[in-house]
Design a protein around this ligand. Sequence first.
Ligand code: SF4
Length: 307
Amino acid sequence: MTVHIDIDAPLTERILKLKKERNAVILAHNYQLGEVQDIADFVGDSLELSQNAAKTKADVIVFCGVHFMAETASILNPDKTVLLPDQHAGCPMANMINARQLREEKKKFPKATTVCYINTTAEVKAESDICCTSANGVKVVESIPNNEIIFVPDQYLGHFISTKTRKTMHLWPGYCPTHARIRAEDITRLRSEYPNAKAVVHPECRPEVIAMADEVLSTGGIIRYARREDVKELIVGTELGIIHRLRKENPGKRFIPVTEQAVCPNMKLITLEKVLWSLEEMAPLVKVAESIRVKAKAAVDKMLAIV
Ligand code: SF4
């Protein structure tokens, strides 16, 4: 199909026109650049984006996030075209374990059930019994009859879940380099500067940071928490991109990032220009090999069935 676009029209206008012509939907993670969030059809956390990807009627999904997210959309929609506007937008945490390493881990604990965080490659999902996100990790682990769990790849999310359940959990030593920059001493300082503020942090943070928070929530959970009437000032311990949405949705409230250093460079690779080029060229494509996809889908479907 030939699509006629005025190349001198504003970028946003060109994206929206092309999106319509391609019957595309734009999904964006809460950590994306503000201007990318603003042109998206839906902005959310990994769970919300997976649920959205599972039910979309669009022919094309433009995934503004990182590679494992686009892969998950492709796992759930094998007949749709899934585009990741920058093919280099990976997740270092997801790359901290591969399928071979997980197979070795499973040999060490042959009776354990394997739970993978959604921040994993399709190959690792295919080796896992069930997937989870930061929004539903406790619920997923609690739903498993087995008392012994292998949890990959985020040791901090795994540790947080282990404090909420009585399961024996074998944690893979992965972590998010961006959330590792969020320090407990920064929260102590901000609490004395803003004595009336609540503090929320993401469960990818270190345990000593989690111990200081009023609430430990996924990004979707933080967005909902900020809407509460009794929340006027909020210290926010997660990737900086979420501040854009919090301020946009809650004018008059104060949002204080724990650190300006918590920026995920991979999330920021997606720009409006790349979204446009991606729709023009219908590339870069993300597609999972069928033999892997079917097994990975079983782990994702199990999660979606209990949340
Ligand atoms: S914020 Fe952390 S976990 Fe999320 S994509 Fe970036 S590196 Fe991966």
